[in-house]
Design a protein around this ligand. Sequence first.
Ligand SMILES: [Zn+2]
Length: 481
Amino acid sequence: MKYYRTAVMLLLFIGSSGAVRAQAKKISATKNAVIKFAEQRQQELINLSDEIWAHAETALKETKSSKALADYAEAKGFRVTRGVSNMPTAFVAEFGEGKPIIGIMGEYDALPGISQQTTPTKAALKPGAGGHGCGHNLFGVGSLGAAIAIKELLQQGKLKGTIRFYGTPAEEAVGGKVYMARDGLFNDLDVCLDWHPDVEIAANTQSSQAMIDFTVTFTGKAAHAAADPWNGKSALDGLELFLHGVNMLREHVRPSVRMHYVIQSGGDVPNVVPEYAKVWMWVRDSKRDGVEQVFLRVREIANGAGMMAGVESTVTVQTGDYELLVNLKGAEALQKNLEILGPIVYTAEEISFAKKIQEESEVPQTGLNGAIHPLKPTRKDPDNGSTDVGDVSWVVPEISLVVTTAPIEAPWHSWAVVACGGMSIGHKGMIYATKALAMTMVDLFEQEQLRKNIRSEFEERRAGHVLKPYIPDGPPPIPAE
Ligand SMILES: [Zn+2]
């Protein structure tokens, strides 16, 4: 997911060494403690992130990555429950007792086929292997670092309550959080936080798109395509008619709707009437209601296409995401901490690394955006894709952060993001996220009124809606490579 903002505001500077300078009096002792913690443990966290970067394991196969994070949490004194929601690579790590309970999520899955070295030109580390093209190696470790910083304060008696880290697998495929939210794992939280690598720093005030992920299969009857085609019923005809109908529907949906598909099966050879055909499709809109209306039309088109071709059509929902429920009170609290931390400052080498990536990616050579911008008003229609954080945001108030870990306009889910996530540009963003998230959690633990304000905004936006996720019973299917 990516968000864009403009303009600059800064109060305090973080040097390229990461050391905090000046104006310490403006920061409470507890916030100073979490900032210091992040700086002292910086190398340890970077090493863990680099380890996960090198594993580059894809959705629900993040065995080593999830183990590295869970073991690290356990070594720091957290109570760890592995394999939650029937997913071997999902886990929960908890420290402390009683209320409030503050949650923070971390991802660690990579994307297939985009292996890359830490070089500003495209060069696979291991050809054909996966790569962290969405920066989830940073995401998981940055969040866990913040959770451990809070644990230190709980242990010292400086904060009261419980910190809980959620190891959430498979964001890029089946959406592990959808299963964890369905199973009620977030229900007792007061507030939950997350962050995501990006091309800018921001407390998120934007929603995301609601989405349904489904397949349509057509089953007909095989026959010799030349000798007796009259004995065949083409599943491919059904599929083609379906897609024609979908593409005509585009004219009659709201501009906020997105529909995209890939054909996964359309027959094997031309001289056999195809008996089986399959399309995998996503429908998105700004809100779940909108998606559902479009999806009803799509179901009818599948039905009609099957009838026209004389074949069976079957629509199977695989998964889906709710739109993200924004929480402005939470975003405002996070924003104050970003303003305390100030911008990320980059070295000349980092800027030239970023510019080389931009040159290779054929985008303007504008370098990196480490600035802090004012909060932006929420757009009516998000245009930035979907996330499984959406489902979580309907059961607990969610505060989301994005932090620069790649150059401006760097193509996301690509080698460019993989390269930055394994070197200092990504590392700086991750440590910054650790600090900002830990500082905001300090506020949440210390200020009951802030928690109340966040909760009442959440209840108002949720308006009594009960989560109904688009997933079947049981664990998610493990995606093929
Ligand atoms: Zn991502």
